[in-house]
Design a protein around this ligand. Structure first.
Ligand SMILES: [Mg+2]
Length: 372
């Protein structure tokens, strides 16, 4: 039974603004969800939209409203139901995935703690190493791009590099990276949907870089374009924005529009639908990897637990807390050593949430005492 719920809207600055083809981010706003059960156990979740509506329509304000006006009133009515029932019902509620993801994550943390097992085990995964790669945003020039890679690549011994591309910023930076690091570096691109079918010759040209994949090269609903691109280039095509919901992912798979799927827990609506998406892909022999928005520590840790799933075949985008943000809200901070995310073997998410840090970066908070 859930007896209490608390929302904390927290904002932490990024160390440096991150630029993609559709906008720029300089602050991480997240809604931390704390759910307490009748035994005093506390489960933690995080609803973590982008700071503005350029990536998806959701914003911190819209997600805050959905949590306050729809999801917590729903939870108040269902607080005595078994956790598994709550997780199943939640997945069908008509709110944004970002809002549901916060409640879903906290319920899964509680479920794992009650079973006295780490979250990955509660999710049906066996413990295994989670390799991490790092991502570089759009850069003003090649010198700055190479300087960023030289600075960050050795930090945690990251296992691959992903660069953001857009029309006009693709062959040149990739040529420079291959010249500097040789063919051994695992390298991939993310276009954030910025190309069209007329650009297919550029993708043919990029085949010579032997990239691990092109992520979301075309618009999320341009399935014909993705199919045509797959037919004409050798580099595997990964979808991200196209896989925004489970029904949409089914369409993508049915159309044969991808080789690989990037799993975004927040956009899909939490660990429950993300697990269903991974299992759907596995049935179609389509490998996955774990993406990030990026989130603060709680949702990052949720992602790392699910990244232990056997259908996760490529390094995750989840990086150390210190890579992105001026501070973090979990203890110990997320770290990557020799390219592997460092995960404790403890019940639930396995990390402590740092309440003084939440207070330090608090924008607003709300408590719900649920009827017992
Ligand atoms: Mg992406």
């Amino acid at each position: 039974m859930i007896v209490k719920a608390h929302l904390w809207h927290v904002a932490i600055q990024l160390l440096t603004p991150f630029k993609i083809s559709s906008g720029e981010v300089s602050s991480k706003d997240t809604i931390v969800v704390e759910l307490e059960d009748e035994a005093g156990r506390v489960g933690w979740g995080e609803s973590s939209p982008m700071a503005g509506p350029f990536y998806s329509p959701e914003t911190p304000d819209s997600v805050w409203d959905e949590l306050n006006e729809q999801l917590l009133p729903w939870l108040a009515q269902r607080a005595k139901d078994p956790l598994t029932d709550l997780l199943g019902e939640l997945a069908a509620l008509p709110t944004s995935g970002f809002a549901r993801a916060g409640i879903d994550g906290a319920l899964w943390d509680l479920r794992a703690q009650r079973a006295r097992m780490p979250l990955y085990q509660a999710l049906g995964c066996a413990r295994r190493d989670v390799p991490s790669g790092f991502a570089v945003g759009l850069m003003p020039n090649v010198a700055d791009l190479l300087a960023a890679i030289a600075r960050y690549l050795p930090e945690g011994g990251y296992r691959r590099v992903k660069i953001k591309i857009e029309p006009g910023w693709d062959v040149e930076p990739l040529t420079a990276i291959r010249k500097c690091y040789g063919p051994g570096l695992i390298l991939q691109t993310d276009a954030n949907a910025s190309y069209r079918r007329e650009h297919i010759p550029v993708f043919k040209e990029m085949d010579r870089f032997h990239l691990a994949m092109h992520e979301q090269p075309m618009a999320k609903l341009d399935f014909d374009g993705l199919v045509e691109l797959r037919q004409q280039v050798r580099t595997p095509i990964c979808v991200d924005e196209s896989a925004e919901t489970l029904p949409r992912l089914r369409q993508v798979i049915d159309r044969g529009a991808c080789d690989i799927v990037n799993i975004k827990i927040q956009r899909l609506g939490g660990l429950t639908p993300a697990l269903a998406a991974i299992e759907l892909c596995a049935r179609h022999h389509i490998p996955n990897w774990m993406g990030t928005m990026p989130e603060l520590g709680i949702a990052s840790v949720h992602a790392l637990h699910l990244a232990m799933h056997t259908n996760m075949r490529f390094p995750t985008d989840v990086q150390t807390s210190a890579h992105w943000f001026v501070d973090n809200i979990i203890d110990p901070p997320l770290s990557v050593c020799d390219g592997l995310a460092q995960m404790p073997e403890l019940p639930g998410i396995g990390f402590e949430v740092n309440r003084p840090k939440i207070a330090q970066y608090l924008v607003r908070e709300q408590t719900f005492n649920l009827p017992s």
